[in-house]
Ligand binder design. Structure first.
Ligand code: LMR
Length: 332
């Protein structure tokens, strides 16, 4: 108890004594790095943030956007944020394992009925608390940005869970996703997003999971002849910054930035579903992949195989967090 009081006091001191990181008179530079293309929900959100900041805070704040892993990729972006080499990131909620186990709730397969349910959860008190779940590491959660529900793709038609057996799937670095693919006797292979297309094209892995926007913007549909409309999990983001950097921004400017972030967040979350549907149509028009629909019984079969994963992560995530997430589904 005494120790934790001292630690809290020291943290407060560090925050209070943190200097403004830009020299007086110079604009504050915010490097916003991400791993996807510009024409995706996250890519568009980053560009909208830059535009609004430059319109409203021009001269005081400069935003540089680095898409497509051009500055940092999944493997090193969080460390780069902590080292203040970048100031804004929006990693997928699957990529925070190392800093908090609680966010793994978003990876649990078949937890949310649809993208609207995920949005409802993101607006609940529990999700607000999860924005602070990495505070001890100096990571400050600013907002949730939506992308969409994930689809399974492969070189083979995946109608039943048994069809995935023996295939290798590229996954994000998440222990839940690892367990999810093992549950259907497939082999999960952790790879940075920037390497996913090549791994699929070369045959190093035969399948993966992604929202439509990521499939199209990385051309994955050109090397994945089958896409199952499984909607089995979510790929959304947390917009994060380095706490010390954020607190170093003068209060008035920081409030303006937070107002802009609210505006951009609403726009991203409103448009994400439409962008994904547009990209689904693009895949159909390209004619490269057969889309596989699942009957309610077939979807249930996937659910039955993958759902035992929940139990094995309940202690890490917290039963209360999982329960809170379940309450957003309308049918319960
Ligand atoms: C992935 O690695 O598949 C995603 O997290 C990429 C992204 O940022 O959407």
């Amino acid at each position: 108890m005494f120790k934790s009081c001292i630690a809290a006091a020291m943290n407060a001191l560090v925050l209070l004594s943190t200097p403004t990181l830009a020299a007086e008179g110079d604009p504050i530079v915010i490097k916003f790095a991400h791993v996807v293309a510009d024409d995706t929900p996250k890519g568009k959100g980053a560009l909208m943030f830059k535009k609004l900041v430059e319109e409203r805070l021009g001269g005081k704040v400069k935003v540089e956007v680095y898409p497509n892993s051009t500055l940092v990729g999944d493997a090193d972006e969080l460390q780069a944020l902590l080292d203040n080499k970048v100031q804004l990131l929006a990693p997928s909620l699957s990529k925070f394992d190392k800093y908090t186990k609680k966010l793994q709730v978003f990876d649990l397969p078949f937890l949310f009925d649809d993208a609207e349910a995920v949005k409802r959860f993101q607006n609940r008190e529990m999700s607000r608390e999860l924005l602070r779940s990495m505070a001890d590491h100096g990571i400050y959660g600013l907002a949730y940005w939506s992308n969409g529900l994930k689809q399974l793709s492969a070189t083979r038609a995946l109608q039943k869970p048994e069809d995935a057996a023996g295939l290798s799937f590229r996954i994000q670095a998440s222990t839940v996703l690892d367990a999810q693919f093992k549950a259907v006797n497939a082999t999960p292979v952790r790879l940075p997003f920037a390497e996913a297309y090549k791994a699929l094209q070369s045959g190093m892995v035969q399948g993966t999971e992604n929202p439509w926007s990521n499939i199209v913007s990385q051309n994955m549909h050109t090397v994945q002849p089958f896409i199952t409309e499984s909607n089995h999990g979510v790929l959304n983001y947390m917009l994060i910054t380095n706490s010390r950097f954020w607190i170093s921004i003068p209060f008035g400017v920081r409030s303006e930035l937070e107002g802009i972030i609210d505006e951009v967040t609403q726009a991203v979350n409103k448009e994400a579903e439409a962008l994904n549907q547009r990209d689904r149509e693009r895949i159909i028009a390209a004619g490269t992949s057969k889309l596989i629909a699942l009957s309610p019984e077939e979807r249930q079969a996937w659910r039955d195989k993958m759902m035992p994963v929940w139990k094995s992560f309940e202690n890490d995530i917290g039963a209360d967090v999982i329960r809170a997430a379940q309450t957003v589904n309308r049918r319960r």
